[in-house]
Design a protein around this ligand. Sequence first.
Ligand code: KG4
Ligand code: ZN
Length: 342
Amino acid sequence: MIVLGIESSCDECSLALVQDGRHVIDMVTSYQDDVHAQYMGVVPELASRRHVETISAVYRALLERSGVAAGDIDGIAVSAHPGLNGSLVVGMSFAKGLSLALGIPFIGVDHVLGHLYAPQLTDPVDYPHGFLLVSGGHSLMGIMEDVFTPRVMGASIDDACGEAYDKVARSLGLPYPGGAEVDKLAQLGDPSAYDFPESRLHHAQSPYDMSFSGLKNAVVNQRAQFRKNLGNAASMEEESVEDIAASFQRRAIKSLSKRLVAMVQAQGQSRCIVGGGVAANSELRRQLDEVQVCDFVFPSLKYCTDNGAMIAGLGYHYLAQGKSSPLKTSSRSRVEQFKGFL
Ligand code: KG4
Ligand code: ZN
C-alpha cells in the first residue's frame, strides 16, 4: 500500500510517499526559514500563506521525482493536530481535495504520534519502548505501548526545550532557528563558567515533568544586565557568549537526561527512542551515551525534524485497518492528552 503523507503543522511543507509504513519511496520538503528568520520566530499568518503557495508544487515535484503516478497512491495521511491551525488547515484541505479527486481515503493523524513513529522508518524498535521527544514545540517523555498508544509520563510545564534554545540564541545575537548555533558555540566554551539555576521541579505525582523557562530567563537577564553595563564603561566586564552557551547547554540537557534516565530505569525499558530537532544536540547524545542504562536510538535527523514520511508511515497503520477520516474532520491546534506540548 502506497500512502502519501502530508506535514504542514508549522513551517515545513513536507510530502512523502511511503510503502507499507516502512519503505520511504521519496520525500520533498519546502522550508520557510527565509520568511521567518527576520522575525526570529515563526509568524503563523506568514507560515500558512507560504504553505498555500507551495503545497501544490511540492506535490508535483514529489510525483515527478519518484516516478509514482497519482493513480498508484492508495491513501493519504495528513497531520491534523497539534500545530498552528492556519498551517494545519492548508494540509488538511489539500488532503481532502486530493482524496475526492483520486477517490481514495484520507486519515487525519496526530503529529506527535508521527514523531514517535519516525524511528520505525529506518531502525525499527520493538514495542514497548521509552521515548523522549524534544523539539521547538514539544518536550515529552514516556512509554510507547504500540504504534498508536503513547503513555506520556512527563512534559515541559512551560517552554519546550527547543523553544528555550531559540530564545537563548536570540539573546546571544544568533540567527533563527538558533538551537544548532547555541550547540556549536557551546562546544567552544566552559560549561562551569556560569552557575545558571537548575530546574527544581519536584512533584511526587509527576517526577518526569520538565521546565526550561527559569533557565532561559536567567540567560536572558544575564545578557540584559551585560548590555546595561556596556553603557557604563567603568562597570563593563568581559563576557564570553561561548561560556554562556556552554553553561546553559550543560544545565538544560542535564535536567532532560536526568529525568529520562530515571524514567527508563524505573520502567525497566531496555530501548528508548529520542526524536525531535533537539535530538541533534551534541551534549544530549554525549550525556546519554555516558550513562549506558539502555539502548538510546536516534533516528536520522531528516526523520527527527518535521517530515511527511513519519505521517505517511503512521497513517498506513490506520488505513491498513480500514480506518479513514470523514470529510468534515477539522484540525485542532491542541491535544489535551499531551499536556504542555505547544
Ligand atoms: O522538530 P523540529 O524541527 O520542529 C518542531 O517540531 O519544533 O525542531 C526544531 C527545534 C528548534 O527549536 C531548533 O532550535 C532545535 O530544534 N534544534 C536544536 C539543535 N538542532 C535543532 N536544539 C539544540 N541543539 C541542536 N543541535
Ligand atoms: Zn514536530
